[in-house]
Structure formats: structure tokens, C-alpha cells
Design a protein around this ligand. Structure first.
Ligand SMILES: *[C@@H]1O[C@H](CO)[C@@H](O)[C@H](O)[C@H]1NC(C)=O
Ligand SMILES: *[C@@H]1O[C@H](CO)[C@@H](O)[C@H](O)[C@H]1NC(C)=O
Length: 329
């Protein structure tokens, strides 16, 4: 029975460059022991030099003071999922587009050393990552007077649930909520199936003042269940056009998001009910009201689920292609 966990641990440690897993199966003396929280990093990016990563270290005030962090503007935190890290193509593109605008402090949470594992172990690591994210945000609140309402977390796959878990912890401690969480195809395996592991660890609408979800591989790698105040189901939410593989549909949520940064009105979303009625009753006369999917989604739109026919031209706005294989090397 113990063979399986041992194999998984070794596998992860192989990728994580000798750092320890959170299963303390081996005595520390056998190898260099480093607790997994030391493998969670926060990097800030600024338009003065888009390729320069400024590390901000929890508890080290000078790393914050010497970074270009500006407490007067909103903060966005980008969080990747399984097998990804801070330099996969989509993170690079998203952080560059967002930092270039100068509208946000752009921070990338890099847990790459803990995400290059067997899926099941990465899943266990998400708890540590969420704890560090909570500590990081409280560090910003204490040292830069950050208003949590101006914080926006954008998480893909497991990263979506990490955002939800961290925000829930902050809310429990401080009674205050994060401004917005965007879940990009929030992960389903070991969250929603084979069974719901822990509701606390799943992103839901109580986790922030405004939660929006984009579902592109529902019932497979992503959850089909709504996670937010508004949930978008491009092309029905299960499979995306031109995608032969699940991973392709899964990452497409990120590509739609990036496209919306350059062209916020690119995707027209319709409330599902109204859209269905429209199709069934062919009420041609009454035009449907369209709402924006992506960066411009907002708490003033009606809450609920939305259908989106993706504009083919979204590809003009996306230049990154991340495949699972890309990110494993
Ligand atoms: C930008 O940052 C990178 C990485 O730190 C560095 O190598 C490069 O010299 C910097 N460029 C400029 C113009 O400062
Ligand atoms: C804070 O970080 C800086 C830069 O990495 C480092 O030189 C310094 O020793 C750190 N200070 C503490 C108290 O850890």
C-alpha cells in the first residue's frame, strides 16, 4: 500500500530539484530538506523593464520597498496550475500585456517547483501555496497599506482554487474580502471528481466581492459547475473549436482572457436563459443584450451563467501557445 505514495514523492522530488515533499517519509539527513513553502515565489513586473522579475519576499520589507510596487493602484496576482511556472508562454504574455498598461501592480505567484509533480501531489501542494498566498497578501496589507478590495487574482486550473482558498482564509482572519477573482477553467480532477474533496478548497462566489469564471473544458479538466457570480461557457463550455485534445480546450480559457485585455468588447456573452428562449421561440425582433466576457466582466451585469460564441478573430490578440509538453521541459 505504501509503494504508491513513495513513488509519487520520489517523482516530485526529482522534478523539484531535491526539495522535500510535504510527506515526511524520509529522515531529513538523507537529503537536503527544504519545507515546501520555501518553493513558493512572488515576482513583480513593471513596464520599465518587462523582462525584469522583482522578487518580493514575505516578511522582508526591503524587497517590497525596492520593488516598483505602487500602493496607489490596483494589484493583480496571476496564479498558474499544474506543471506550469512563471515563464510559461501564457503567463509571460499575460503579465506583459497587463504590466504594459500601467494600470496594475502585476505579480506572478510562481509555484513551479511544486507543480512539476504527479498531479495528485501537486494537488496536495496547493494547500501550502494557498497558505503562502494568504501570508503574502497580509504582508502587503501590513506593509503597503494595500486595500484588499483593489486586489484581483487570476488563476488558471488549480490556480483558480488556490485563489479561492487563500481569499477564504483572509476573510476568516480579517473579515475582509478580496475585490475580484477570475477562475480560468478551474480544475476538476481531485476537486470535483471522482468526488468533491473539500468545499473550502473549491473556488466559489463567496470567496471575493466579485468572482467570474470562464469554462472551456467542463466535465473534463475543468469544472462545469458555476464558480462565481457570473460564469461564461464559450461554445458550451466543454470543448473549443479546433481543439483535438482536452489540454488545448483547457488552456483556451487563458487565451480568451488575454485577447480580452487588448479588446475588451471582443466576446459577447448572453445570459443562457435568454439565449435559449431566443433560439426556441425565434424572437427575432427583440435583440439580446450582450455582456462582456473577460477583463470587462463586472458586478453590474446580471448574475448567472452566460453563453458565448467565440469570435474567430480572438487569435489576432493572442501570441502565446502553452502545451502541457512545453511546460514540462
Ligand atoms: C531588463 O531586465 C533584464 C533581466 O533582469 C536585464 O537582463 C536587462 O538588462 C534589463 N534591461 C534594461 C534595459 O535594463
Ligand atoms: C531581504 O532581502 C534582501 C534581498 O534579497 C537581502 O539582501 C536581505 O538580507 C533580506 N533581509 C532579511 C532580513 O532577510
Amino acid at each position: 500500500m505504501w509503494v504508491v505514495p513513495v513513488v509519487l514523492v520520489l517523482f516530485c522530488d526529482f522534478f523539484a530539484n531535491g526539495s522535500a515533499s510535504i510527506f515526511p517519509l524520509f529522515p531529513e539527513t538523507l537529503y537536503h530538506y527544504s519545507p515546501p513553502e520555501n518553493d513558493v515565489y512572488f515576482y513583480m513586473y513593471h513596464r520599465s523593464n518587462l523582462s525584469h522579475a522583482h522578487p518580493i519576499i514575505i516578511g522582508n520589507r526591503s524587497t517590497l520597498d525596492y520593488s516598483p510596487f505602487d500602493p496607489e493602484i490596483a494589484t493583480v496576482i496571476i496564479i498558474h496550475g499544474w506543471t506550469h511556472g512563471k515563464d510559461v508562454p501564457w503567463i509571460k504574455e499575460m503579465r506583459e500585456v497587463m504590466a504594459q498598461s500601467g494600470y496594475w501592480n502585476v505579480i506572478v505567484l510562481d509555484w513551479g517547483a511544486l507543480s512539476h509533480c504527479m498531479y495528485i501531489e501537486a494537488r496536495v501542494h496547493t494547500l501550502v501555496v494557498a497558505k503562502q498566498l494568504r501570508r503574502f497578501l497580509l504582508f502587503l496589507v501590513d506593509n503597503a497599506d494595500v486595500n484588499l478590495d483593489t486586489v484581483h487574482m487570476i488563476g488558471h486550473s488549480m490556480g483558480a482554487h488556490i485563489s479561492g482558498d487563500a481569499s477564504r482564509q483572509i476573510w476568516k482572519r480579517t473579515g475582509r474580502k478580496i475585490g475580484r477573482i477570475t477562475g480560468l477553467d478551474p480544475a476538476a480532477p481531485l476537486y470535483e471528481w471522482p468526488h468533491v474533496e473539500s468545499l473550502d478548497e473549491l473556488l466559489d462566489r463567496t470567496d471575493a466581492n466579485f468572482v467570474d469564471g470562464i469554462h472551456t473544458n467542463g466535465r473534463h479538466l475543468g469544472v462545469m459547475t458555476p464558480v462565481g457570480h457570473v460564469d461564461f461557457y464559450p461554445n458550451g463550455g466543454e470543448a473549443q473549436p479546433g481543439c483535438p485534445l482536452w489540454v488545448c480546450s483547457h488552456i483556451r480559457a487563458v487565451e480568451y482572457w488575454i485577447a480580452s485585455l487588448s479588446k475588451p468588447d471582443l466576446f459577447k456573452a448572453y445570459p443562457y436563459d435568454a439565449y435559449n428562449r431566443h433560439l426556441e421561440e425565434r424572437i427575432g425582433e427583440q435583440p439580446l443584450t450582450a455582456y462582456p466576457m473577460g477583463i470587462d466582466a463586472n458586478p453590474n451585469m446580471p448574475f448567472g451563467v452566460y453563453y458565448v460564441d467565440t469570435a474567430f478573430e480572438y487569435q489576432k490578440y493572442v501570441h502565446s501557445v502553452t502545451s502541457l509538453i512545453d511546460s514540462l521541459v
